[in-house]
Design a binder for this molecule. Structure first.
Ligand code: F6R
Length: 260
């Protein structure tokens, strides 16, 4: 895995936006795997800026990692609404090309199958990830075993508490979500995990240098040949030699994507 560390989250975000633009310019039909949450908000803002400067998304397909169960698509905190507000409504992507799990369906099992079929017909070229403080990716929460494909998950107390900041109070946070599974994430050709802030430092350290373990779902990324962790100094703060501002970027080992 490669680690790119930046003095600030804004510089890190510009780097990731450039990775996205580079894929979009070389691939006639790129498939982007997208995340929600606070981490990618500035990435989407940057991509909207690129669009205003002439970058077209008309040839792009997106698949999102997850969606809450039980929130209507137009609920202000649904991930569909989040993606619409932060990205889709501000670029020229056809909405028909934007895929999310439907958390409102009565038959959640059929919905998981439907989403897996979408992932099969739209293999992900570049998956953008955030990371939970407990090491979750998508909503693959720490557990005694992890599911490979799209599934319904009970969110942990820690995740519900962390996400309560977006709701009026914690009792309104849905307790279940539909999420892509670990194997679907690992099938992406390239993965960029973004992590900012000291809250993420321990999860980042355990993912990069701990054992591959279902206790830290992001540690499974160690099994992928083309992953880059894009960190600010705080999120890198628990890595060996971490914390100091202004250190050069630190590749832990060479990645396979050919970027320096
Ligand atoms: C959201 C998702 C989650 C978040 C993670 C970090 O689609 O997949 O794994 O990336 O919970 O959330 P933030 O960025 O809000 O700290």
């Amino acid at each position: 895995m490669k680690v790119r560390r930046f003095p600030s989250d804004s510089l890190a975000t510009v780097y990731v936006a450039a990775v996205v633009e580079e894929l979009m310019s070389r691939d006639p039909h790129p498939v982007l795997g997208l995340a929600t949450g606070s981490t990618p908000v500035n990435l989407y803002r940057q991509l909207v800026d690129f669009h205003r400067q002439g970058l077209s998304f008309s040839h792009v397909t997106t698949v999102n990692l997850d969606e809450y169960v039980g929130l209507p698509a137009d609920h202000p905190q649904s991930y569909r609404q989040f993606m619409f507000d932060h990205l889709f409504s501000q670029i020229d992507i056809p909405l028909a090309n934007t895929h999310m799990p439907n958390g409102m369906t009565l038959d959640l099992e059929a919905e998981c199958d439907r989403y897996d079929a979408i992932l099969e017909t739209h293999p992900i070229d570049l998956q953008i990830l955030g990371i939970g403080r407990n090491g979750h990716i998508g909503f693959n929460e720490p557990d005694i075993s992890l599911k490979t494909r799209t599934h319904v998950i009970e969110l942990t107390e820690d995740t519900i508490r962390a996400n309560a900041r977006f709701f009026d109070d914690a009792s309104q946070v849905p307790t279940r979500a539909i999420t892509m599974g670990i194997q679907s994430i690992l099938q992406a050709k390239e993965i960029v995990l973004m992590a900012f802030g000291r809250d993420k430092a321990e999860a980042v350290k355990r993912s990069l240098s701990g054992e591959v373990s279902t206790d830290v779902p992001a540690s499974f990324l160690q099994m992928h040949p083309n992953v880059t962790f894009v960190l600010d100094e705080e999120a890198a703060g628990h890595l060996e030699g971490g914390g100091a501002v202004g250190l050069p970027h630190w590749p832990l080992s060479s990645g396979a994507n050919g970027r320096p």
